[in-house]
Design a binder for this molecule. Structure first.
Ligand code: ADP
Ligand code: MG
Length: 583
């Protein structure tokens, strides 16, 4: 195992302002962030934000430095999802800003609160397109893509700008916010006493939204009238940290539930009221569907396809514009999840439900059959040689289920689909994945963000292609000595490693990567404990040991190149299949 033996010389400190009674914009920015409760920042430094990062660290804001801004941004977004406090990303101007922006936009799509703070060059030469150093009109680029975007030009405006960015990130539907801070503003000097006077703590940054009593009454009556109701929990419900109210809603009504991917564990997946294995039956038969912090988007066939055309929907959401976006919603309840659930729970106390007991019985019977079939598929592959996805998951499933407090990060195609289906979650907010945009390349960022934000152990189950997007930031896991295990399913390709180049010119096919790549060697370069496993027994002992070590570890799982199908479960979205999709 390679570990560095060279000692770094004493760190260069940023130059202190000439006069101790003076402070810079950078200092005010660090103090304003700290004052508002930001204790961690993810990023990658360079001109013009290096000195700022030093000052922030000095102010006891933990600085988690990455190798690529997109990963730092994914970490900030994951931090936001798991803590309900905006994760902060720091980027340099131009390219650094652009690399990070991808993550900020992804956070906006997924409703995760985060703030990207980027240094930007001096305004005048940018506005006249005179070729400024790293010149780019960053605010204009960001504006159309994120929840809110602001530029701060004067040091005295920094505390207000930070408060506005914070409010925009966490209030209403959470999202990604861009804060542009110009180089002159970062470097501007102010009298210390005047600067300190500007700092303030914003009052009620995440205000409650109380739903109207009429909307609650309408929803309660509709739910009470249902013969075959279902509660569909989404990651908005997980985000809201209202776990006890969700449990009460399900258990006091006895209504079966489905959970979206990142809501898994909000209720235990194995709960007797879980209808997770009967998704198609629920979609086609439920007469009333209660969406709780879940959007009726592509992940739910946009409310069409298999859904019962006569089914009626209740939707609890904080965002009024979400309602009716794909299908008429009979009972919208607009409010923050805590307030809406409280109101619904008290409304339910005075009604009698009409749910057909046969509905639960039928779903529970079907669950037994489906689960047995699923387990048979896994155990039927238990001794596959070389291993395939199911064989590997047959080992991973019981280990992760025995460690419910480990956060599972998951991306890939088949690796994502199969792991999501195989691994039952029992605790809320313990699963982080590619989410609404189905993006690849959130892996190492989310691993670091989850570990730093919660202090918990993390296991990432990554497809080999997915890992490639963020692999270099495994070094960040190692530099920060985080209790994270990265498991790579190497089948040598995007989807699989058996693509055929139809030109015959000898180049790899578009989907082909390297089934013989030794990702474990990459882990070795950064001093992690690494494993290369080719059998289920080796995988079992490697994963068990790695989790127990609470240290950075990387497991290269050798799969067969033909394990996995094109586009995993969503091949129907490819253009050649589209004519068969009725949505
Ligand atoms: P999933 O993919 O799990 O279905 P989505 O991200 O599609 O979840 O939907 C989450 C929904 O939750 C969004 O429409 C968002 O507006 C909503 N939401 C987020 N936070 C809250 C909250 N605190 N209270 C109410 N609704 C929320
Ligand atoms: Mg692959």
């Amino acid at each position: 195992m390679a570990t560095a033996t060279i000692k770094a010389p004493a760190a260069t400190q940023p130059a202190a302002p000439k006069y101790p009674e003076q402070v810079t914009g950078m200092y005010i920015l660090a103090r304003a962030l700290k004052n508002i409760g930001i204790d961690t920042m993810y990023g990658l430094v360079g001109i013009p934000v290096t000195e700022f990062a030093y000052i922030a660290q000095e102010q006891n804001i933990r600085f988690v430095g990455f190798r690529h801004e997109q990963q730092a941004g994914m970490a900030a977004a994951t931090h936001g999802f798991l803590t309900k406090k905006p994760g902060v990303l720091l980027t340099v101007s131009s390219l650094g800003f652009m690399n990070g922006l991808t993550a900020t936009v992804n956070a906006t799509v997924n409703c995760y609160p985060m703030i990207q703070i980027s240094g930007s060059s001096e305004r005048a030469p940018i506005d006249l397109d005179q070729g400024a150093y790293e010149g780019l009109d960053q605010l204009s680029v960001a504006k159309g893509l994120v929840k809110a975007a602001y530029r701060v030009n004067r040091p005295e405006d920094i505390p207000l700008a930070v408060a506005r960015a914070y409010r925009a990130a966490v209030s209403g539907r959470p999202g990604g916010v861009y804060l542009d801070v110009t180089t002159p503003c970062l470097g501007a000097v102010m009298n210390r006493a005047d600067a300190e006077k500007l700092l303030f703590t914003p009052v009620d940054p995440e205000p409650k939204h109380i739903p109207s009593p009429e909307s609650v009454d309408r929803a309660v009556k509709l739910l009470a009238s249902a013969k075959k109701p279902v509660i569909l929990l989404g990651k908005g419900a997980a985000y809201a940290q209202v776990d006890e109210k969700i449990r009460k809603l399900v258990e006091s009504t006895g209504i079966p539930f489905l959970q979206m991917s990142m809501a898994k564990g909000l209720m235990p997946d194995k709960h007797p009221l879980s209808a997770m294995s009967c998704r198609s039956t629920v979609m086609s038969q439920a007469d009333v569907v209660m969406l709780v912090g879940a959007r009726l988007n592509w992940l739910l066939s946009r409310g069409h396809g298999k859904w019962n055309p006569d089914g009626r929907f209740i939707q609890l959401d904080i965002e009024p514009e979400e309602i009716d976006c794909n299908r008429p919603i009979a009972a919208p309840v607009i409010g923050d999840m805590d307030s809406s659930l409280s109101a619904i729970l008290s409304g339910l106390e005075s009604v009698k439900l009409s749910m057909d007991p046969a509905w639960i019985k039928a779903l529970q019977d079907e669950t037994k059959v489906k689960n047995a079939r699923f387990m048979a598929r896994m155990t039927g592959n238990a001794n596959a040689s070389p291993m395939n996805h199911w064989c590997a998951l047959n080992v991973i499933k019981p280990i992760l289920e025995a460690n419910p407090d480990v956060i599972l990060v998951n991306e890939g195609a088949n690796t994502l689909d199969d792991t999501r289906d195989a691994v039952d979650m029992t605790l809320p907010r313990h699963r982080v994945d590619c989410a609404t945009w189905a993006i690849m390349g959130m892996g190492m960022g989310s691993v670091v963000g989850a570990a730093v934000a919660t202090g918990k152990s993390v296991v990432a189950v990554e497809g080999d292609s997915a890992f490639g997007f963020s692999g270099m930031d495994f070094s960040t896991v190692c530099r920060f000595n985080l209790p994270c295990t990265v498991v790579i399913f190497n089948n040598g390709g995007i989807y699989n490693g058996v693509g055929v180049n139809m030109s015959g010119n000898g180049d790899p096919a578009p989907t082909t990567l390297d089934v013989n790549a030794r990702y474990d060697k990459l882990g070795e370069a950064f001093g992690a404990k690494t494993y290369y496993v080719t059998t289920p027994d080796e995988l079992k002992s490697a994963l068990t040991e790695a989790i127990a070590s609470k240290k950075p570890a990387l497991i290269d799982v050798q799969l067969a190149a033909d394990s996995g199908k094109e586009s995993g479960h969503i091949g129907y979205l490819n253009p050649a299949s589209l004519q068969n999709v009725i949505v």
